[in-house]
Structure formats: structure tokens, C-alpha cells
Design a binder for this molecule. Structure first.
Ligand code: FAD
Length: 440
């Protein structure tokens, strides 16, 4: 049974994880008059939205592309006073560097109309924050589901971008839920608003990491480089022990994937069972110099996105600054010979790989398999919200996109932590000290 919490006065809340989900929840809680401590194990905030600077230019290692569905992020950018710019155009290449035409057949062959009718009938809430509401209708493997509903042309149009973005190859058995959520969030199915004056996709000038640094600076207590060693939850509150001292709070927001915090958590059998079912994709970003490649766009490599047999090879690369040879390359897997593989891919494209500046490995897209979705894993996760003084936000309940993680976290905070009576809208913020983005 869900515990009744006294919400008349301010609550103290420990938030573990300073990615977009954790920071969005913390910001919402503080604005409602609650007292928040954010604990982050990395030296800096932003999670999978980190940027680095090379020769004065910002390179995003993870999340940064915002579509016309990113209303919460657009609002956050306006409120934090950051500038935005259009993203690079998208292009598809074959593995030997030839341009490939992206099929838009689904607009002409009736698939879009069939999809819209199906959406209205079976998963009308897909655009709302969270995933649990649509999981029962979309638990089947994606290719099976698309074929069953005569929507295969959607795979031709969206599959390359989906795989290039880290969500897996369509010939794996990933449930249709995740593909459908991704497709919805591209904003290409339905007309959407122009956000921040951009007719298409946009991003943050100077790097997406700057948004999360700005959000963190406005919070009162953000602690980076802190290792959580144990979490004990009891009738009187939550005690989070860290390598730099304990934090006592009324409530706990876990803005990390549950399997990451499990070793430190006084987990219940239900929490352990759910955590054991979480899967994720091994995905990586390589920041490297390369010459002789097609330039000035975000390139998806059709030959390496078509089948999981190509896992390990480069699936996409981004050339953001016309006057620089530095690019971000994206691939799956954890091969020993990652640089050799990338060098081979760049050579096949007609280029030459130069200095590899850094590599980041991600446990990308925490998700449940089809059987677990059918058995209600996401409903079970939802049922844990508020139990044992604990709340879960982040990509697992929301989907691995910034807008999804933020919208879900904001709504959860608003639902469970009403504003403290007399809370001022403008708060007396003491800026936290947030470590600068790394230079390479
Ligand atoms: C290469 C790449 C490209 C992407 N591109 C896009 C894009 O263009 N558009 C888009 O919308 N999204 C994109 N994403 C996805 C987006 O970045 C994520 O969905 C988003 O960052 C999820 O936010 P989160 O807060 O749930 O998790 P995270 O960003 O993963 O943050 C979790 C935080 O928790 C911390 N943490 C973990 N364990 C602990 C612990 N035990 N104690 C303390 N702290 C802990 C981590 O260090 C991290 O800072 C991309 C991601 C990657 C990797």
C-alpha cells in the first residue's frame, strides 16, 4: 500500500543522479519549496548529455538533438536564458560513402493513415510522458509488429535513424514500444509547433551540457564526484551514505537506472526482481579527427544499420563545424579493436582517421524485453512510485530521450510533491559550484 506522506510542509529529498531526469526533478521540487540534495558520481552533471570543448568548439558526446516535440526542453531553455541553433542536416550514406536516398514511402503507401488509426485504437496515450500506458499494445518484436499491421515502410523510413541513434537493430527482438515512441518523438508523423523559432530540429549553442550546468547552478545543493555506498529506508526517513558523509532525507528520487544503484540499495524483492530484468545497449561515442569524409551534416550509415551482424562498426557520424576535422562517431558494442574498426570504416568511406581524442561508452536505452512488458514490468515499476519513500525517474520508465526523461520527471515531482504553502516563485538561490566541462 502506498504510504501517506505529509506534504503540507517542505520535504527533504535526496536525488541520486544528475542527468536530465534527476536535475529536472530536483528543479521542480525546489521550485515547489522542498529541500533537495543531488548526488552525482561523476565529476560533472549532465549524464548522457555531456559536451566537451576542443579548440574552443563544443562537441556533444550524447543527447543534443531536440525536435518539435521538445516543448519541456524549449521551456527550460527559455527559462534558463540559453541560446539555441538549428541542428546539422541529416544525410544517409552507404558504407562506401555513396549517398542513399531515404525512403519516405510510408507517406504515400497508406502506412501513415493505418498507423494513425491503430494509434487511436490501441495506444492513444503514446505521446504522454511515460511508457507504461502503451506497453500492452506494443510488446511484440518491432519487425513482427510492423509486418502484422502492414507498416513495414515505416521501418524503411525510420529504421536507419533509430538504429544510428543507439536503440538497436530492427532484426533484434526489441519491443515495438520503443520504436513507436522514437518515431513519435521525431515529430515527423504529425505537424508540431515551431519551438524557439526553429522550423525543424534545434540544439543548444555552445553544447547541450551547458543547459544542465545552468540548471544545476540554480539548485541549492548539487554534489558531484560522490559515491553512494548504502541507502537505508525506514519509517523515519532515508539515509544515504556516501564516501563524503551521510545525507538524511524524507524521500529518495532514484534518477539512475535501478540496476546501477542496486548494490548500495536496501532493495526489496520486487525492486531486485525488476532490476534483474533491465536490458541496455552497449553504445559508444568516439570523438576523433578525420579528413576526406563527406562533411557538414549528420550522416547515418545505411550498410551498418541494416542488421545486427554489423554491430561494432560505425553507424553514424556528425560533422558539426565546417572549419574543423573533428567529428563524433557512434557505434555499438565493446570491441577490443574499436579504433581499428573505426579506421576501417572511415577508409571505406573514402576518408582517413586521425587522432582519436576520446571515447565514451554508454549503457544506452534501459528497457524491458517483450515478455516482461507483457507481464506488466512497467506497471510494476509505476506501482513502486512512492513506496518505501522512493521514486523512480529517468529513461527506464520514460524512454531514452531527453524530452521524455524530463517530462516524466517533472510530472512525477508535481504529482507527488505539491508546492509548500507560501512558496515564493522566485527563490533565493545560492549557486552551486559545478565543475567546468572537460577540455580535450
Ligand atoms: C550518444 C548519445 C546520443 C544521444 N542523442 C540524443 C539526442 O540527440 N536527443 C535526445 O533527446 N536524447 C539523446 N540521447 C539520450 C539522452 O541523453 C538520455 O535519454 C538522457 O540523458 C537520459 O537522462 P537520465 O537523467 O535518465 O539519465 P542519464 O543522462 O544517464 O543520467 C544519469 C546520471 O546518474 C549518474 N549515476 C549513475 N549511477 C549513479 C550512482 N550510483 N550514484 C550517483 N550517480 C549515479 C550518472 O553518472 C548520470 O550522470 C543520447 C544519448 C547518447 C548516449
Amino acid at each position: 500500500m502506498q504510504e501517506l506522506r505529509d506534504t503540507a510542509g517542505p520535504r527533504t529529498v535526496a536525488v541520486v543522479g544528475a542527468g536530465p531526469g534527476g536535475l529536472a526533478a530536483a528543479r521542480e521540487l525546489e521550485r515547489a519549496g522542498h529541500r533537495v540534495t543531488v548526488l552525482e558520481e561523476q565529476a560533472t552533471v549532465a549524464g548522457k548529455c555531456q559536451s566537451v570543448h576542443v579548440d574552443g568548439r563544443a562537441y556533444d558526446l550524447g543527447g543534443h538533438i531536440c525536435t518539435n516535440r521538445y516543448e519541456r526542453i524549449a521551456r527550460l531553455l527559455t527559462e534558463t536564458g540559453l541560446e539555441t541553433e538549428r541542428t546539422s542536416r541529416y544525410r544517409v550514406l552507404d558504407t562506401d560513402g555513396r549517398a542513399v536516398r531515404q525512403s519516405m514511402e510510408f507517406l504515400r503507401d497508406g502506412a501513415l493513415q493505418r498507423y494513425r488509426a491503430l494509434r487511436e485504437r490501441e495506444f492513444p496515450r503514446i505521446a504522454e510522458p511515460g511508457l507504461a500506458h502503451s506497453a500492452p499494445a506494443l510488446a511484440a518484436p518491432v519487425t513482427e509488429w510492423l509486418a502484422e499491421h502492414e507498416l513495414t515502410s515505416m521501418a524503411d523510413s525510420f529504421g536507419t535513424g533509430y538504429t544510428a541513434a543507439g536503440y538497436g537493430h530492427l532484426d533484434e527482438d526489441i519491443p515495438a514500444l520503443y520504436f513507436v515512441k522514437y518515431v513519435e518523438m521525431t515529430g515527423l508523423l504529425d505537424p508540431g509547433p515551431e519551438l524557439r523559432g526553429h522550423p525543424g530540429d534545434f540544439t543548444v549553442m555552445g553544447g547541450f551540457g551547458s543547459l544542465w550546468r545552468r540548471v544545476a547552478e540554480e539548485l541549492k545543493d548539487v554534489r558531484c564526484g560522490v559515491r553512494v555506498t548504502s541507502v537505508v529506508r525506514g519509517a523515519d526517513g532515508v539515509r544515504v551514505c556516501t564516501d563524503s558523509g551521510p545525507v538524511e532525507a524524507d524521500d529518495l528520487v532514484l534518477a539512475v537506472t535501478p540496476d546501477r544503484i542496486l548494490p548500495a540499495l536496501d532493495a526489496t524483492a520486487e525492486e531486485r526482481d525488476l532490476a534483474a530484468r533491465i536490458r541496455s545497449n552497449a553504445y559508444r561515442t568516439t570523438l576523433a579527427d578525420a579528413s576526406g569524409l563527406p562533411e557538414d551534416a549528420f550522416y547515418f550509415l545505411a550498410g551498418h544499420t541494416a542488421s545486427r551482424a554489423s554491430a561494432g562498426h560505425c553507424v553514424s557520424y556528425h560533422h558539426r563545424y565546417p572549419d574543423s576535422d573533428t567529428r563524433t562517431f557512434y557505434s555499438y558494442g565493446r570491441p577490443d579493436d574499436a579504433t581499428a574498426l573505426l579506421r576501417g570504416d572511415v577508409t571505406a568511406l573514402g576518408g582517413r582517421l586521425g587522432e582519436v581524442r576520446l571515447r565514451r561508452e554508454w549503457a544506452f536505452m534501459p528497457h524491458f524485453g517483450g515478455d516482461d512488458l507483457r507481464d506488466g514490468a512497467l506497471d510494476r515499476l509505476d506501482a513502486l512510485q512512492g513506496r518505501n519513500r522512493t521514486f523512480h525517474v529517468g529513461a527506464l520508465p520514460a524512454f531514452e530521450l531527453v524530452e521524455c526523461a524530463v517530462a516524466h520527471a517533472q510530472d512525477l515531482a508535481r504529482r507527488h510533491f505539491p508546492p509548500v504553502r507560501g512558496t515564493l516563485t522566485r527563490q533565493d538561490h545560492r549557486p552551486a559550484t559545478i565543475e567546468e566541462e572537460p577540455q580535450t
